[in-house]
Design a protein around this ligand. Structure first.
Ligand code: GPW
Length: 840
């Protein structure tokens, strides 16, 4: 019902309440007000950072108004809600995105100009919120944007790391990666609201005592209790009031410190418990695609899932519905296996605290959870050692045993019934892998505990069924396994990062931009203009401006001039062997050697090219770090070679981030997505490049395939072996190796050139080169020649600039499918069963 006004006169309240400021005088007053009071600064010495802070606080006021209306409307309507559990949310900057979504960007720009600042300079004062490693975390951020835009009741839950992904520096001496902490909360963060009233206790260690009544219930007590404190990040939808919430948990000691020890004079012990509690959310693990089995990481996972579930349970209880209806009001999406403990924790809450019978509890759980897998790489599949879980979470270990044990009639017995005597199958499907120590397979647990499982692109979802979970497909039937091809938000990844192109599209389609930005298939309307020379020229001019913007950025950063007449070729992503940055750099060396051999007259006919790399390597990933070092040192040699540097130059841009991507992506002519076939689950930057009119060179892998389906194969430069070939090639490398000299003389020459010391101390790179020469797990020797041919075809196609521009237009026009709005609609309808609610 209507909430009552608890105090005073309703009219007095209502008259005094403000809405979102949209008019120039209100916005100006609000910014200046924050300078005066919130910042306590005088106008005469206000710098760009101060102006940023004031503008951010002013925009935040607007977000809070909408956020409040949204939460109120949702509490009244009590809809089914969906929760996106992700250990990573790679948000990037917020100010410009918030202004765009609120529709106040031009007015804020005007207000700041009047106050003596430029919007552009103010926006770049903000530090990225980099609470993620790469694609998985950025996908979560795009999904939040789309959930609010689609007016769906979806909340994100994550951790408020004190240190986000490390800052990457390049060592001046040897070109290697250095890591520095990212203290992103150094200055106050205007985009979060501390919720001092939303706190939960989270227990670790202790003992679990089972009841003797056969109910499966237990009491878990003792051990260490830690406090989870909520920080809320407002997520505005585009062109709607709907503003969802991202709730991030911070760990705190339950009491400031242990007073007893303190009084007894044991000061160290007194602060130890408080530091160990604070340590849980201190830092984001910088590894992607690897599971390390570290206790602190397991603590993070449990801390986060326990706090999130307690919070959902409290919200559900406010509805005063029977607990048996939990799954009718809550859907929980597991972003990879990281939050799988939530399945066990919900069982614990239902069985131990709510006294729900085991089978009924399992029924609720398996109707609540949905699981997305993001990789087929075996090293990424999480396993936790049984002794570790037993020690840290004794009650959860019991529940895991019960899930596959005699208590769980719904699972283990039915498996045995279906495959009597097939012990190998039972062993593969088991949650506990035999060995020393025994390990819990989180992926199996996530499949068993979820209503549906999905991969992130068509090919990947097929591989999930055939390579990772064939036994479960057999057991449950294929309908439990689906596909939701990834997407990206066109607000950040077109309108915000490429305003020139956005304006051109709006003018050409003759549609307001909020129409096509919410229905990206409308881009198809560009096709009818593809032959219009004026439109082509405008399209090319926007690309040129974006290349100039990037060139200016590089010049400021590295102090070097970049030739914007050259083709811009970009590969930006986490460093990983499967992504094959090594193939790219070896290709660059090949091009360099070819140029070196030419006469000056011959060189003049070669397509000029600038190659950009950016990306971080996990601090412990030796081969990935060597790849960076090789790229940097190759750049140092070829950029100063007067024979060739007019035709080929190379840059490794340090400290890749969302904000850097926003400068690079609009400037690409071509971008590289060259993973070994069958290894890149989806990829999402491929979509960003194409949306901005950059063409792809890539393997037949992940979402590249679906992009080619949409834009047409003649607008994508495919190369390399296909997924079904890869296994056989790997077998051949081990059992019937062919020398590189025979397989690809061109590649052999490149490898020998590196070995000869052409790019510095040859011995340094041997371990990297040996991954290619011996074993060659990622089949570089098999794909190299085909890769070089693809790059030659790129050069040929680029030579006909009009045709190239047409390809670029056609590519952008066909990217409608890859809006994350489509993905979120898919999840909402086919998975979560949640509906939109418009907030007035
Ligand atoms: F290994 N992805 C990622 F599956 O960025 F967990 N980090 C990760 O740790 C994993 C996957 C994990 C990426 C995929 O590599 C990429 O292909 C995909 O587009 C992205 O997740 C979003 O689904």
């Amino acid at each position: 019902g209507e909430p009552k006004w608890p105090k005073g006169d309703e009219k007095v309240w209502k008259d005094a309440m403000r809405g979102v400021h949209t008019e120039l005088p209100d916005i100006t007053r609000s910014i200046v007000g924050h300078v005066q009071t919130s910042l306590a600064r005088a106008p005469y010495n206000l710098d760009d950072f101060g102006a940023y802070q004031a503008a951010a606080l002013s925009v935040r006021d607007n977000l809070i108004v909408n956020w409040n209306s949204t939460q109120l409307a949702f509490s009244r309507k009590a809809p089914k809600r969906a929760y996106y559990l992700s250990l990573e949310f790679l948000m990037g900057r917020t100010l410009s995105n918030a202004m765009l979504n609120l529709g106040v960007q031009p007015t804020y720009g005007e207000a700041l100009t009047n106050l003596g600042f430029s919007l552009e300079d103010v926006i770049v004062q903000e530090r990225d919120a980099a609470l993620g490693n790469g694609g998985l975390g950025r996908l979560a951020a795009c999904y939040l944007d789309s959930s609010s835009t689609q007016e769906l009741p979806v909340w994100g839950y994550g951790l408020r790391y004190k240190y986000g992904i490390f800052k990457q520096l390049i060592n001046n001496e040897d070109g290697s990666q250095l890591e520095a902490p990212d203290p992103w909360l150094e200055y106050q963060n205007p985009w979060e609201l501390p919720r001092l009233d939303v706190v939960y206790d989270v227990r670790f260690y202790g003992t679990a005592q089972r009841y003797t009544d056969g109910s499966g219930r237990a009491v878990w007590s003792g051990g260490q209790e830690v406090l989870a404190a909520a920080y809320d990040v407002m997520i505005p939808g585009y062109g709607t009031k709907n503003t969802n919430n991202l709730r991030l948990w911070e760990s705190k000691p339950k009491r400031g410190f242990d007073l007893q020890s303190f009084n007894a004079g044991d000061y160290e012990r007194a602060v130890e418990t408080s530091t160990s509690a604070a340590a849980i959310t201190s830092v984001l693990y910088p590894n992607d695609h690897t599971s390390f089995g570290k206790e602190l990481r397991l603590k993070q996972q449990y801390f986060w899932t326990a706090a999130s579930l307690a919070d959902m349970m409290r919200r559900f209880k406010n509805l005063e519905k029977p607990i048996s209806e939990f799954a009718e009001y809550n859907a929980i999406q597991l972003n990879d296996t990281h939050p799988t403990l939530a399945i066990v924790e919900l069982m614990r809450i239902l069985v131990d605290e709510e006294e729900v019978a085991w089978d009924a509890a399992w029924e609720i759980v398996t109707n609540t959870f949905f699981f997305t897998n993001h990789t087929v790489l075996p090293e990424a599949l999480e396993k936790w050692s049984v002794p570790l879980v037993e020690h840290l979470l004794p009650r959860h270990m019991q529940i895991i045993y019960d899930i596959v044990g005699p208590l769980n009639m719904l699972f283990l017995q039915s498996v045995e019934k279906k495959y009597p005597g097939d012990t190998k199958k039972l062993a593969r499907m088991s949650l506990v892998e035999e060995g020393f120590p025994k390990q819990i397979r989180m992926a199996n647990l996530a499949v068993i505990g979820s209503r549906k499982v999905n991969g992130v692109a068509e090919l990947h979802s097929e591989l999930v069924k055939s390579q990772i979970f064939p036994d479960f497909v057999d057991f449950y039937g294929p309908s439990k396994f689906g596909n939701v091809t990834n997407g990206i938000t066109p607000r950040r990844w077109l309108d915000q990062c490429n305003p020139g192109l956005s304006d051109l599209i709006t003018n050409t389609l003759k549609l307001p931009k909020d129409v096509w930005l919410k229905d990206l298939f409308k881009l198809e309307g560009l096709i009818q203009h593809v032959d219009n020379p004026l439109f082509q020229r405008r399209w090319a001019a926007v690309k040129r401006q974006n290349k100039e913007r990037l060139a200016l950025f590089v010049e400021r950063l590295l102090g070097v001039k970049v030739d914007t007449d050259a083709m811009f070729d970009i590969q930006i992503k986490r460093l990983h062997e499967y992504k094959r940055q090594t193939l790219n750099i070896l290709g660059v060396i090949h091009r360099y050697l070819a140029l070196k051999k030419m006469t000056p007259a011959e060189r003049k006919k070669v397509q000029k090219k600038v190659v950009f790399f950016a990306g971080k390597a996990a601090p412990g990933y030796y081969i990935a770090k060597l790849t960076i070092r090789l790229i940097v040192n190759v750049a140092r040699i070829i950029n100063k070679d007067p024979d060739t540097n007019a035709y080929l130059s190379l840059f490794f841009l340090p400290d890749y981030s969302v904000s850097l991507a926003e400068v690079l992506i609009p400037a690409s002519d071509i971008s590289q997505h060259i993973s070994t076939a069958g290894t890149e689950a989806s990829g999402t930057s491929n979509m960003k490049f194409c949306l901005n009119g950059g063409l792809l060179v890539g393997t037949v892998d992940g979402a590249n395939i679906e992009i080619a389906e949409e834009v047409g194969e003649d607008n994508v430069f495919f190369f390399g072996h296909l997924t079904p070939d890869v296994e056989g090639l790997r077998y051949q490398h081990v059992y019937h190796p062919i020398p590189v000299e025979e397989k690809s003389p061109a590649l052999a020459l490149v490898l020998d050139t590196v070995s000869s010391g052409a790019f510095g101390d040859e011995s340094v790179y041997e371990p990297l080169l040996n991954t290619v020469r011996h074993g060659d797990f990622y089949i570089l020797t098999d794909d190299f020649d085909s890769y070089i041919r693809a790059l030659e075809m790129v050069d040929e196609a680029y030579a006909d600039r009009t045709e190239w521009v047409k390809k670029s237009i056609r590519t952008t026009a066909k990217m409608g499918k890859f809006s994350s709005d489509r993905c979120i609609q898919d999840y909402a309808q086919e998975y979560w069963n949640v509906e939109s609610i418009k907030v007035d």
